[in-house]
Every structure is written in C-alpha cells, then in structure tokens.
Design a protein around this ligand. Structure first.
Ligand SMILES: C[S@@+](CC[C@H](N)C(=O)[O-])C[C@H]1O[C@@H](n2cnc3c(N)ncnc32)[C@H](O)[C@@H]1O
Length: 686
C-alpha cells in the first residue's frame, strides 16, 4: 500500500466503495510490523497510509513497535529541556486527555484549531495556498513580486528530504492539471515552474494511490478465489499446519488458565474469525454460531490491543467486522502533527516560511482548511519556537478545527464557548471574529482556565472573557448569544492513539454519567442562544468520542426536549453521516446531518460534530423546557450522587435579570452616572 504519502492529513471524500483488508492481509501484520521497524523509527510518521480513495491497509503491529511509533511522533513536539516552557508538550498532552473523565486536571495548553470559513481575507490568496512548503528560504520567496524570480536549486540535503516527504493522500483540485513542465527530480525550481511541479507531484501521487487502490482491490478478489481453493495458506505464503478450529468454551478457559494465548495464535485466530464472519455459511464450522466467532474475535482484539472487555465490545459494534479491525489498528498509530496558524498574528504562508527557515518540513493540511499545516519533521521543538512563543500558531489536532469551522462565527457576534479550556477552539473563534465581538470562554475547571488565559494572551485575543461556571448554570448567568460551542467533556474514545489509558479505564457507568452530563449541558447550550440573533442563532455540539451514547443519543435527546431547535448541515465537506439507527434505537432522521470522523478513515482523531439552528420558542415548548429531567447531575471528576436529583435545565429569563441589571449598573458607572441599588447579589465573572 501507498508508495508515497503515508500520513498526509487527508481532506477526505467519503470512501466509496470501501475495500476492507482481507483476512490474509490481516495475517501479514506481524511480519510487516517487523519489516517496517525502520520506517517507524524515522522522523516522520509513515505507518498508516491512505490512498486516494481513502482506503487504509490494516496491519497488526507488536506492542514494542507501537510504543516506539508513538514516542517518535511525540518527539516532534516535545519542548526542550525545562518544564516552564512546556507548552509544546502541554498542547499535545491536552489533546489526548482534556476530554477524559477523571483525567488529570493539569492545566495544559492545548494546541488550537484552524479554520477556514471567512478567512480568505486574512489568509493568503489563491490556490497556491495549498502548495507544499519544503526546503529553505531561498527556495520559497512568497513575498517577491517578480514572477520570474529564479529560486535557488534545492540543495542535495534538502532534495533528499523532499524525496522522502509524503505527498498528498487525497488529491486536491490541483491534481487536475495536465501541465507537466517539471519532474520530481532535477531541474531548477523557479517561481514560474513551482506550481506546475507541485501539480505534477500531486498527479503522480494520485496515480500511485489509484494503483494502490487497484492492487488492494485485486488482492481482495484474489483472496476470494483463494478462499475457495486454499483456505489455509496464510498471507506469507506459508501453509497453516492445522486447519482453523474455533476453540470451545472449555478450551478458552484452559487457555486462560495457562496464561493466555500466544501472540501468533491470537493473530491467526483474529484473521480466521474475520474471514469466517465474512462468509459465514460457507466457512463456519458445523454447529458453531456467528456469535461464537464474534465473541472469540472480540476477546482476541481485547487481548491483542489491550482493551477492557466492555470498551472493546462497545467500539467493535460501531463497525462492520473487517472495518472494526482497521479502527483498532488506527488507534495504535499516531495521528499527524498539525498546527493552526493564528491569523490574528500572521498569515499561513509567512508562518510556513518562518518555520521552514528553522528546519521544519511542513505542508498545508488540505483544501478544507486554509490555516492548518501538517508538520512532517523538524530539527526544532515545534512547541518552543520563537513563532510559537509569539503566538503565531497553536499546536492542534486537525479534528479540533472542525467544530469551529462548523460554528462559523461572524465578526461582531457574541459567542459562548461553554467548555473551553485550554482554549484551542476559543482562540480559533476569536481569530475568526477578527478580534471583534466577544467570546465568553467558560470552563467548570478553574485550574484549567489558567492555561486557557495563557493561550488567549499568547495568541493576542482581545475579545475573550474567561469565566468558570458549571455549564449547566450558564443560562442563569447570562444568555442571548449569537452562537454557542459545546465541545463537551467526553470519554475520549476518539483519541485513544494519544491516550492509551482510555482502553482500560472506561466502564459502563462512565458512559452513563457522561451521557447524562452531556444531555444537561446541551440543553443549557441551546438555552444560551438568542433565537432572534440577526446573524446567528446556532449551536455546535462536538466530542472527541465515537460512541453513540455521547453523540447521536445526546443530539437526539436535545431534539426531543427542545422542539425549537433543528439540525442543519455542518458545512463540513467530509465526514461520515451520523447514525439514524443504531442497535435497535431509532433516532431523528435528521441525525444524518451530523458528522462522524474516524482515525482509520480520515487520518484524524475520532470526532463528532452536530450543528443546530435555534428558533423562537412557542409557548408549549417553553412549558416543556422548564420541566426537563436531564438525569443525575455531577461535576466532572467527582463522584456522582447516588440519589439522582431532578434537574431543571430550562431557561428562565427572570433569573437573568440580576445579571442584566448588574451589567447595566457597570455601564452607568463607566459613564459616570449613579447606578440604582443592587437588588440581587451576582457572582463575579473571572
Ligand atoms: C473537551 S475539553 C474542552 C477542550 C476545549 N474546547 C479546547 O478546544 O481546548 C472539555 C472541557 O469541559 C470541561 N468541563 C467538564 N465539565 C464541565 C461542566 N459541567 N461545565 C463546563 N465545563 C465542563 C473540562 O474541564 C474540559 O476542559
């Protein structure tokens, strides 16, 4: 698979038709893992590849290799020596842990997100925005006005770097060009031929990706044929000594007693179970049920990848059998390191140039964002460059760009970021507002608002008010927002590649509690929106989790409890549709407007985004709103009460009155007028 780009951040289209790894390919896994050790220890993540159709190969890797791969990716962003300047680490750490219930509450400085939307004005113009940034300053002089300027030839060292560099996985519009005035190798790069050269590279990558897809398809068909003739030849061409036999319960018990199965046994069994489940009637042993094979496969996935039984089953159920393996496999591979240009301080091309000069090998993420850059390798710690410290960018997972893109805040609006620390999305919103309007950046965890505030300052956001309330109180604190982002606390099942502890520390109870909290928060987020906003009236709900409990179930609940809201298109150009039916549950059909993102499909963290439009409430809806039972209340990180109190999460504008009065008093004071006496105490905003 993939001769070139292995880890380019994709801007993926839906993967149709999807080709899943064949059982034989699955079996190749360990051998490939060993053979690929060199690649994985390279400075650029190359393990997981996607081709032009977005298909990914599946390879099972051994634990040692996995660990090494993750560590290598982290080195890219590790801040040098002292912990005071731990921004880079904090950013990355945060991406992995900030959503995780009971995770450490260490303040961290998450890397922000990038965007798009109206950024054309702020960003560089034209299509060249997506040209790769490679090599040295001399090679890319973006500021020159002279079209004919000849650029320095790529030095030998740089050329080899470039030749190692992954190109685009998902071809961009520039692939359509038929111009080919340059080749990958040799020749002088000039401002004139640079674009054409880049297009040629893209076209070549696309052609190769197509070939890869054909190969994969071919291999799948071959496997089908071989299934009939020779079902016991494995992917290495070895004849399996024994025909596959699904262990009986007693055999599994004996296996457990003897300390668990050998890695090779597990691998083979997984491969065989996937194959049998794919052609059950033909391949299953007599008198064995589908669920026996499924149970064995789930148990083997749990032991192979190190999940607890509960979570492995929950995640397995989200996908068709072969795809589930891809998902678990993708969780073993680090996602690309990405940064978001802070358009309040710089332009992407200038930032790229500055970082290239420092020895950073990077490239725009894709057409869907004009502020994101993917970092392939760097001779300097990305979390401690002068540009980082000066607030020119945030280290931020590509998936975190998505909710802000969907929110699409407009200049001069009043926006609430209800669960905002450490501020990745807040600072992105502030940038899209071009430092106009106001962003209320709230987070229930006071300690985490420190890093939020630090990021707000570092990035030069002048329109942000930081506050610390439980989001469920927010409608009582203030309302009337044009847009609200609820990037909800969640289980983090989308970011397992960054936080492997999720594999074992989540229980059924965690999901129940989180889902309750999310339901309470989403109603409060809705109730904080001004339905009469002239420019907005939107709420975006997002999580970095892939479970239905935390996503579709929450959104469906909100639609039922707030008849004045409806789902609208997220505006995101890719992502799978949200479930409208799942394991016997039927959701509102409009749930198909929500979007799911997966590591194995989109080469980004697992993520979910839903966008609502809030309309004016009818009297009936109001009456319903104040009697909502959103389930037990609890603060994240604290034990849930055993008795679940009924929570009124309805919006009551009477309760807003003291806050509005207080604001009026302050305005009068500022104008030198004598304010009326206070009728009610009001908590201070931080
Ligand atoms: C996924 S993180 C937010 C990440 C943030 N949006 C960003 O982009 O940097 C979820 C946040 O929710 C906060 N949180 C948890 N329970 C909350 C509640 N009841 N009200 C408000 N915030 C809460 C956590 O402290 C955590 O910072």
């Amino acid at each position: 698979m993939g001769r070139r780009a292995k880890n380019k951040q994709s801007a993926p289209e839906p993967l149709e038709p999807k080709v899943y790894p064949t059982p034989k390919k699955l079996g190749k896994r360990k051998a490939e893992a060993e053979a690929e050790t060199d690649i994985k220890t390279g400075s650029r993540p190359t393990k997981k590849a996607k081709d032009a159709g977005g298909k990914a190969t599946t390879t099972l890797i051994a634990n040692g290799d996995r660990n090494r791969t993750r560590k290598d990716a982290q080195t890219l962003v590790q801040v040098e020596s002292n912990s005071d300047s731990g921004d880079g680490w904090e950013d990355v750490e945060d991406l992995s842990t900030d959503r995780v219930i009971n995770s450490s509450s260490e303040a961290s400085d998450e890397a922000t997100e990038g965007f798009t939307g109206q950024l054309d004005d702020l960003e560089m113009d034209g299509d060249d925005d997506d040209e790769p940034f490679r090599g040295t300053l001399q090679e890319f002089d973006f500021d020159t006005d002279e079209d004919d300027t000849e650029l320095q030839p790529i030095s030998k060292r740089n050329k080899s770097k470039q030749s190692e560099k992954p190109s685009k996985i998902i071809p961009t519009g520039s692939d359509n060009s038929d111009s080919d005035d340059s080749s990958d190798e040799g020749g002088r790069i000039t401002m004139n031929n640079m674009e054409a050269r880049s297009r040629a590279l893209d076209a070549k990558a696309a052609a190769e990706a197509e070939l890869d897809a054909e190969e994969l398809q071919g291999a799948a068909m071959e496997d089908d044929e071989e299934d009939d003739m020779d079902r016991e030849v494995d992917a290495d061409g070895d004849i399996d000594a024994e025909p596959f036999h699904l262990p009986a319960a007693s055999e599994r018990e004996a296996e457990k007693q003897s300390g668990g199965p050998d890695l090779h046994v597990v691998q083979r069994r997984m491969r065989e179970c996937v194959r049998v489940l794919g052609k059950f009637r033909r391949l299953a042993e007599e008198n064995r049920s589908r669920s026996e094979y499924t149970d064995q496969l789930i148990a083997d996935i749990a032991s192979y990848y190190g999940y607890n039984d509960f979570l492995v089953e929950k995640l397995f159920q989200l996908f068709p059998v072969a795809e589930a393996i891809e998902f678990f496999e993708a969780n073993e591979v680090p996602r690309p390191v990405t940064i978001r240009t802070n358009t309040l301080r710089t332009r992407r091309r200038d930032l790229a140039q500055a970082l290239v000069n420092r020895g950073v090998n990077l490239e725009p993420i894709g057409k869907w964002t004009n502020v994101g850059l993917q970092v392939f390798e760097s001779t300097v710690p990305i979390g401690a460059t002068p540009e980082y410290l000066a607030g020119h960018y945030m280290l931020q997972a590509a998936s975190s760009f998505l909710p802000v893109i969907a929110l699409s805040p407009q200049p001069d609006e009043r926006v609430l970021d209800m669960a905002s620390a450490p501020g990745g999305k807040t600072t992105h919103i502030a940038a899209l507002l071009q430092n106009t309007g106001v962003v209320f950046a709230n987070d229930a965890n006071k300690a985490r608002t420190k890093s939020l505030t630090a990021n707000v300052h570092r990035l030069g956001c002048k329109n942000v008010v930081v506050c610390s309330y439980d989001g469920r109180e927010f409608p009582k604190v203030m309302g009337g927002f044009d847009r609200v982002l609820l990037d909800a606390p969640c289980s983090g099942t989308g970011v397992i590649s960054k936080d492997q502890s999720v594999k074992v520390n989540k229980s059924d109870r965690d999901f129940t509690l989180l889902s309750h909290l999310q339901k309470q928060l989403i109603l409060c987020a809705i109730d904080s929106v001004n339905p009469e906003s002239k420019t907005g009236g939107f709420i975006v709900y997002s999580t970095c989790s892939v479970t239905v409990d935390e996503n579709e179930s929450v959104v469906d609940y909100a639609l039922r409890k707030r008849p004045n809201v409806k789902l609208v298109d997220t505006g995101l150009s890719f992502g799978r549709e949200g479930f409208t039916k799942y394991r016997g549950k039927t959701f509102n059909p409009s749930l198909n407007l929500t979007r799911r993102f997966y590591p194995h499909v989109h080469n980004m963290d697992g993520f979910y985004v839903a966008k609502f439009k809030v309309e004016k409430r009818s009297k009936t809806a109001m009456a319903e709103a104040v009697t909502v039972d959103a389930g037990p209340t609890f603060i994240l990180g604290e034990e849930a009460p055993t008795e679940a109190p009924q929570e009124d999460v309805g919006f009551n504008s009477d309760e807003d009155r003291p806050y509005l009065e207080e604001a009026k008093r302050r305005r009068m004071k500022l104008k030198g007028l004598r304010p009326p006496p206070r009728s009610n105490p009001v908590p201070n905003l931080k």
